[in-house]
Design a protein around this ligand. Structure first.
Ligand code: URA
Length: 238
């Protein structure tokens, strides 16, 4: 368990800015293990110690699960020397802790889960678990039943790797086609490379679903929210 500054813990819990929570301490409104706190910088282990705010227990949240509607132009990483990253879009108290579960390309939009729960993250990304990912895409060129059949057999990519079977659904077909595709792996640029294998170019890509977790379409690009209990239970297979 990590020791953290009391004012940071209180601010992370949404009790106010660091300055505001320092004022709560100065006003003697915070108790740690039955003793009135006087130093906002004192170290506490929030999971183990009892922190009272005006006599009410502080419900410390150890685990963070955030759904982001990823906008284009940001990198799915925690740090990048040149570009804005997905964690830069989050409040600082989350940004410091979470990592993205898997990666979307810089130009891909849509569902991205961010968490500090390494175990859940690992189980969602493990190839053995075959968690399916559904995407909506616009394709330059005509997508036909031939492609649907080929995707169902798996597609050999430019490096010789043969993908697992993928479900391709044609929404419209023409000079530009619209499709939905569901894949069970997360190889680098996988959807783009699967279409490239047939000389087709993905011009727009958006992730709609990961396992049981659906993108909340009410989130604008760049917006985020915490997962609900039901969404979390679904991802855990409960
Ligand atoms: N496949 C891609 O090609 N890009 C993504 O961002 C996700 C899947």
């Amino acid at each position: 368990m990590k020791r953290e500054r009391l004012d940071k813990v209180l601010a992370n819990m949404g009790l106010g800015t660091r300055k505001e929570v320092k004022a709560l301490v100065k006003q003697k409104l915070i108790e740690v293990d039955g003793v009135v706190a006087t130093d906002p910088g004192m170290h506490v282990i929030p999971e183990e110690q009892t922190i009272l705010v005006e006599g009410e227990p502080l419900n410390y949240k150890r685990w963070i699960y955030v759904m982001l509607n990823k906008p284009p132009g940001v990198i799915s990483a925690t740090e990048d020397p040149r570009h804005e990253t997905v964690v830069d879009l989050l409040p600082i108290e989350w940004a410091d802790k979470v990592h993205p579960v898997g990666r979307l390309d810089i130009d891909t939009e849509g569902l991205l889960l961010l968490t500090n729960d390494g175990q859940l993250s690992h189980s969602l990304l493990s190839p053995k678990k075959k968690v399916d990912k559904e995407y909506y895409a616009k394709i330059r060129g005509q997508v036909t039943q031939h492609h649907v059949d080929e995707f169902a057999k798996g597609v050999t990519l430019d490096d010789g790797y043969h993908t697992m079977p993928a479900k391709l659904e044609i929404l419209s077909s023409g000079e530009e086609s619209e499709i939905k595709v569901t894949i069970m792996e997360g190889k680098f640029h996988q959807v783009k490379r699967m279409f490239a294998a047939f000389g087709l170019e993905v011009t727009y890509l958006k992730r709609l679903r990961m396992g049981t977790l659906l993108l909340d379409e009410s989130l604008e690009l760049g917006d985020f929210r915490e997962l609900t209990e039901e969404e979390l239970a679904g991802l855990r297979g409960e």
